[in-house]
Design a protein around this ligand. Structure first.
Ligand code: DGJ
Length: 683
C-alpha cells in the first residue's frame, strides 16, 4: 500500500492521491490533466494530506473532528484499502482509512463524470468502537489548492438579493462562508464557490476550481491560506450545532460535493455544469418549460373567482401556457387574507371561490393554459386549525418560546405525523382538480429552534441534518407519487437553489426581486451554476420598468409573467405577445443551448449574453443597457464561427426595428433598454 497512487480521472477535473510511507493519504494532484502528473522525484510525504483531521496537522484547519469513544480528540488516519468500480457515467473510487488507535473508520468516495468534466466527492465515518463517539465535523471534500494570486468568488445577499457576487483575494487565515437558517439556505450563500488561481475569475481565461455542496440545508465553506502559503477549500454541511453522536457501529455520511476544474475561466465550467444539471440533476431536464403566468405580484392575497378568471383570460390572450395561482386561495376558519393566518388549512376559501377551484381550473384549461397551484407544505401559522389541533408537530424546544417569522412555524418533518401532514398538503392540493399539473412549493422562514421529540435528548443536535434528510425524503415521495406533476422550487425566492433540492424539482423561482435591471445581474450570477431552463424569470411591475424591457430580460431564462393583464396598456400587451412569439422560437436555444456570458453587467452599465446551439436559429444574443452612461459600450460579438455568414434578425419585443435584418448592436443610448438578436446561418 505505501507508495501506491490513485488516479481519479474526471476529464477536465482530475485528482491524484498517494499513500505515504507511513500510510497517510496525500493529494498529489488536482485539476486539469497537466496538474495530475505529479513529479515522481517529489516525496509523497511532502504533499498535502487528502483529508486534514483535527490532531494530525496541528497548524491546519480540519475537515474532520471527532471525540472518540475513549474521550480522545485527535484523529490520525492511515489507509487500509482502496477499491474501484463503475457507475453509469464513470468510475467510482473508494479509499478506506482508519485511525491509528481508535476503532474509527473513514471512507472517502469519488464518482467521476468525465463527459461533464466533473468529480463528485463524499465522505463517511463509521464508529467501530463498542461505545459512542461524537463527530463534530466531517466535510464532504477538502481539496488542497494553490494560494498565490488566489481569489474566491461567492454569491449571496439575502431575500431579493440572491446571487449578489463577492470577489475577494484569499487572505491569510481561514475565511469561513456559511449559509444559515436551515430552510432558505441559499438566500445567505448561493450553492457555488469558485477558487480562482490567478486573480479574480474571468470568463475565458485562468484556472479555477468550482465547488457545490449537494445539500438542501446549511453548508459551510472554509477557505484556508496558511503562513506557509498552503491553501485548502473545505466544504460540507454546516457542522456548528449539528454534531453527530454515533453509537457502536453507527455511521454518518456527508452529502456529496461537486468539483469542477476549468483551465479557461468560468465560461466552460458553467457550460459543463449546465449540461450536468440538465441531464443528471433536475427532473425532466430536456422537457421544454412552459411560459408561466403567475398572479402573486398582481393580486397578492386579494383573490376572487371572477378576478382570477379575468387574469386567466388575459394570460391566454398574451400567449402564456401555464397559469399559476399563488398564495391566498385557502383557509376557512382562519382565511388566508394575509400572511398571519391560514397556513396549514388547505381547504379552498369559499368566500373567494364559492364553487371551489374547479371553475378557475376549467377556465384555464378551456383557454389552453395548464393550471398550477401554490403550496407551502412544511409550514403552519399558529392561527390555523392545523396548529390548534396539533401544536406538537412543529420544530420547538421544550419550555422555550416559539419564535415566529412571517408569523409562521416550521413543521418538524422528523416526526412521522408531521411528515404525513405535509404530504397530505401536496396530495390534497392535487386532488382538488385533475387538471392541476404544476405546484409551486414555497418555504418562507428560517429555522431558529433546534428541538425535536422525534430525537433522543442526546441527539437533539441531529435535527439540522435529519430535518433536511426528512424534507428530501418527502420530496422524493411526492416525485414518485406524482411523476407527471411539474414542481417549482421556491423559498422566498431562490432560498433553495442547491442541487439536492433541485433534483426533486423541475425549476426554481430565482428571486422575488423581479426588477429587470436587478434581474440581469441576479440571473448572471445564478447562471454560473444553473442552466436557464430552471431559472424562473417573470415580467412584473417591480422597478416600474418598461414591460418590453422586462420581457427582454425574462426571455433570457425560463420566461413568464406576473402582471395584471387588465391594467396593461395595448402597447404593453403587444410587446408581451411579441415576446411570447419570439420565446417560442428561441425556447430550445435558451433552455438547452450553450450559454456564453459576453459582457458582465456587474459594476457596469452594459450586459450581454448569448445562447448557442446546433440548429436553426443558431444563436440568440441579449444585449442590455442598464444605466444612462457616456461610456462607449464594449464590442458585441456573437460566439459563432466568424468564417461563416450569419443573418441577424432584430427580435426585440416592442421595438420598431423588430423584424428587420441588421447587425448585432447594442440598444441605442437611453436606459434601460435591450436588444434581442436572433441569429441564423445565411442560406
Ligand atoms: C414567497 C415567494 O417567493 C413569492 O413568489 C410568493 O409565492 C409568496 N411567497 C407568497 O406568499
Amino acid at each position: 500500500m505505501p507508495g501506491e497512487q490513485l488516479h481519479i480521472d474526471g476529464g477536465e477535473t482530475g485528482l491524484v492521491l498517494g499513500v505515504g510511507a507511513d500510510g497517510r493519504l496525500h493529494q498529489l494532484g488536482l485539476g486539469g490533466p497537466e496538474r495530475c502528473e505529479p513529479d515522481p522525484a517529489f516525496p509523497t510525504a511532502l504533499f498535502p494530506l487528502a483529508l486534514p483531521t483535527f490532531g494530525e496537522e496541528a497548524l491546519r484547519e480540519p475537515a474532520l473532528r471527532a471525540t472518540h469513544a475513549d474521550g480522545t480528540t485527535g484523529t490520525r488516519l492511515v489507509v487500509e484499502a482502496m477499491a474501484a468500480g463503475t457507475h453509469d457515467h464513470g468510475e467510482v473510487h473508494e479509499v478506506r482509512l482508519r485511525d491509528r488507535v481508535a476503532p474509527f473508520e473513514v471512507v472517502l468516495r469519488w464518482r467521476t463524470w468525465p463527459s461533464y468534466g466533473l468529480l463528485e466527492a463524499s465522505s463517511e465515518v463509521v464508529n467501530r468502537a463498542d461505545a459512542p463517539c461524537t463527530l463534530h465535523e466531517l466535510a464532504s471534500t477538502s481539496p488542497a489548492v494553490p494560494t498565490v494570486g488566489a481569489h474566491l468568488e461567492h454569491w449571496g445577499g439575502g431575500w431579493a438579493n440572491e446571487w449578489s457576487p463577492t470577489v475577494e483575494p484569499v487572505g491569510l487565515g481561514t475565511r469561513s462562508l456559511a449559509s444559515a437558517g436551515g430552510v432558505r439556505s441559499s438566500l445567505h450563500l448561493a450553492p457555488l464557490v469558485l477558487w480562482s488561481l490567478e486573480g479574480p475569475p474571468t470568463e475565458e481565461a485562468g484556472e479555477l476550481l468550482g465547488v457545490s455542496v449537494v445539500w438542501g440545508g446549511d453548508v459551510r465553506i472554509a477557505a484556508e491560506r496558511t503562513v506557509h502559503g498552503q491553501g485548502r477549500l473545505i466544504a460540507g454541511v454546516q457542522h456548528v450545532g449539528a454534531e453527530r453522536h454515533l453509537g457502536p457501529g453507527e455511521s454518518f455520511r456527508a452529502p456529496s460535493a461537486l468539483l469542477g476544474w476549468s483551465s479557461a475561466g468560468t465560461g466552460p465550467l458553467s457550460r459543463r455544469l449546465h449540461r450536468y444539471v440538465r441531464e443528471q440533476v433536475v427532473r425532466n431536464g430536456a422537457r421544454p418549460r412552459a411560459i408561466a403566468f403567475n398572479n402573486w405580484e398582481a393580486m397578492g392575497f386579494a383573490l376572487d373567482a371572477d378576478g382570477v378568471g379575468e387574469v386567466i383570460d388575459g394570460a391566454a390572450d398574451l400567449g402564456a401556457e401555464l397559469f399559476l395561482l399563488d398564495d391566498g386561495w385557502f383557509g376557512t376558519t382562519h382565511p388566508r387574507d394575509d400572511d398571519a393566518a391560514g397556513l396549514g388549512d388547505w381547504d379552498v376559501d369559499r368566500r373567494k371561490f364559492p364553487d371551489g377551484l374547479g371553475p378557475v381550473v376549467d377556465r384555464a384549461l378551456d383557454r389552453g393554459l395548464r393550471f398550477g397551484l401554490w403550496i407551502e407544505p412544511e409550514m403552519v401559522n399558529p392561527r390555523s386549525e392545523a396548529y390548534e389541533a396539533r401544536p406538537d408537530l412543529v420544530v420547538a424546544e421544550p419550555g422555550r418560546e416559539r419564535r415566529e417569522e412571517r408569523q409562521q412555524l416550521v413543521l418538524d418533518l422528523c416526526q412521522p405525523e408531521a411528515r404525513a401532514q405535509a404530504r397530505a398538503v401536496v396530495d390534497g392540493a392535487l386532488a382538488l382538480h385533475p387538471g392541476i399539473s404544476y405546484l409551486k412549493w414555497d418555504a418562507n422562514r428560517d429555522l431558529f429552534e433546534a428541538g425535536s421529540p422525534a430525537l433522543a435528548p442526546d441527539r437533539q443536535s441531529h435535527l439540522p441534518i435529519d430535518r433536511v434528510h426528512a424534507t428530501l425524503a418527502l420530496m422524493d415521495e411526492v416525485a414518485a407519487a406524482h411523476p407527471d406533476v411539474e414542481l417549482m422550487l421556491c423559498a422566498s425566492g431562490g432560498g433553495r437553489s442547491d442541487l439536492a433540492n433541485l433534483a426533486r424539482f423541475h425549476e426554481l423561482w430565482t428571486s422575488d426581486d423581479t426588477d429587470p435591471i436587478d434581474r440581469v445581474r441576479l440571473q448572471w450570477g445564478a447562471s454560473h451554476l444553473l442552466p436557464a431552463n430552471v431559472l424562473g424569470a417573470h415580467v412584473t411591475r417591480w422597478g416600474q420598468r418598461p414591460i418590453a424591457f422586462g420581457c427582454a430580460v425574462a426571455m433570457s431564462a425560463r420566461f413568464g409573467f406576473d402582471l395584471d393583464p387588465r391594467t396593461m396598456t395595448e402597447p404593453e400587451r403587444e410587446a408581451a405577445r411579441q415576446a411570447v412569439e419570439t420565446y417560442r422560437r428561441i425556447r430550445t436555444l435558451v433552455q438547452q443551448g450553450e450559454l456564453h456570458r459576453l459582457v458582465s453587467p456587474i459594476g457596469s452599465p452594459f450586459g450581454a449574453l448569448a445562447y448557442v446551439a446546433e440548429g436553426d436559429p443558431a444563436a440568440v444574443v441579449f444585449a442590455y443597457r442598464l444605466e444612462a452612461t457616456d461610456l462607449e459600450p464594449p464590442s458585441l460579438v456573437a460566439p459563432l464561427d466568424p468564417d461563416r455568414r450569419w443573418v441577424v434578425e432584430d427580435a426585440t419585443p416592442g421595438d420598431p426595428q423588430r423584424g428587420e435584418v441588421g447587425e448585432l448592436a447594442w440598444p441605442d443610448a437611453g436606459a434601460p433598454s435591450a436588444k434581442v438578436w436572433v441569429v441564423r446561418a445565411a442560406p
